[in-house]
Design a protein around this ligand. Sequence first.
Ligand code: ARG
Length: 584
Amino acid sequence: MKLLTEQLTKIVSDAFEQCGYDRTLGSVTVSDRQDLCQFQCNGAFGAAKQAHQPPFRIADEVAAVLRENPVFSKAEMVRPGFLNLSLSDEAILSCLRAVAADEFLGIPQAEHPETILIDYGGPNVAKPLHIGHLRSAIIGESLKRLARATGNRVLGDVHLGDWGLQIGLVIAELSVRHPDWECFSPDFPASGAVPQLDADTLCEIYPFASKKSKEDKEFSALAHRMTAELQNGRPGYLALWKEILRVSVADLKQNYAKLGVDFDLWYGESDADKYLGELMDRLQEKGLLRESDGALVVDVAEESDKAPMPPVIVRKSDNSSIYATTDLATIIQREKDFAPDKIWYVVDKRQGLHFTQIFRCAKKAGLVPESTELCHIGFGTMNGADGKPYKTRDGGVMRLSDLIGTATEAAHEKMKDSGFVSDSERQELAQKIGVAAVKFGDLINNPAKDYVFDLDKFLSFEGKTGTYLLYTISRINSICKRLGEDSAAEEFSGIYTDVERELALNILMTGETFRRAMQEKAPNYICENAYQLAAVFSRFYHDNRIIDEPDEAKKATWVSLIRLTRRLLLKHLEVLSIEPVEQM
Ligand code: ARG
């Protein structure tokens, strides 16, 4: 289905042409003053320059042509030359029928589907998943679903941090605690087995080792040495690394599942290792490598830079590779495996410089075609009530699993008073509501913005919250049940009240919203639209007695509207990766 604004643009362009003006002037947008009109076109200003005529005269002429068209209930010129447009009820009804019959519910599908690889999550192995990774997972998952819902091929890659010092720290500490383990012996065979580890041990051991390395120089040196030896392929450390990876990944998968986040690819930084040689060769071939204090760097500064742009270090003086090297090698891997049109990195905005550097380097070295979009979708910080990065009560960084627990508990507490459901159902419901509240509370903000994590607000049954959305859908469910789920097919016979027209227009605008959210890579538009839909629906339902409406045609239209609203709200939730609840 074509977007409404696209359909209208065609009609208005024809009218401009008919009046003797350039048809490219007929571009129609959604009006930002819905109280005045639904759509607008500002083409008369452009035509005025070409035709040396005042814009109001041109707008008047075009409006006269448009008024002939039954699609419009209003087509008028407003000085100094705006064209204000509103749809006739007949047109609205026919659009509603089209949306209801469209398998994509009016969400525009890409004409040329693109392959988009989204790098999100980015947890570090051996370190527990904490809320710093929460935003990446939530925003990335939603962008992945949004890109899919608009007809693209999308791959989500978790891009595990599995190759760095954190692993060396854990191995070093294990070697101190268990010097007798065979994997620490230099002649440990490549096929050798290591003792099983568990998630609790890993959670305890990493912070311990990390703290120790700051106080104990010798231990720190050991961890660095072991990291280098691991990266050089020492069998005992590799075997231990595999075991750490196994335990960590199982734990991560469990946590992500609770959040409704899942990845198509479970690659990690370590997978880029085999492309390091090729990376260095290609940088060398292009003559991009320069030696600086024993390290190898690539200059990426450009004349137009306003701030200093340091070179990318691709190999340190001790021969080890770093974050930037891995990210560059990963680009080679992704290009080889998937040749994506776009690679999006959903990562904390404080890593902005890093991404500017590696994107420039990748383009200079021709690791991807010039047309490939490399984009860092940088997100802001989740703050506490004090405006500082969110911490636990004792000042620590809260772990993701604890956060889900806290949200679930708070939702549980809230539902106690509501008396909606029986005790036994509450726990499961509370987790769904808690997670929905946290996710919506995050996604309603533009990704780049910092926001305050306020569970109380997120769990409110009023306002722009996940809770309100779930509640609205559960209400629709019970309405549909009372109306009988199996009554006749969709039917839109007329528009009987103003609020209904408003609801219908909201439904019809959904396609525009999805287009915009995709263009701006911003799921907050989806949240906003879902809220508007739910809020108008609530008013519509409050104002009309549907159950005992005697006029059959009217009643059938209302039932169809309710059902369509539900389908659309569920579509929004699906893209936000929020699981609906049947009843609450
Ligand atoms: N593991 C990294 C971190 O915790 C995030 C990785 C983001 N992705 C990337 N390709 N650099 O900061």
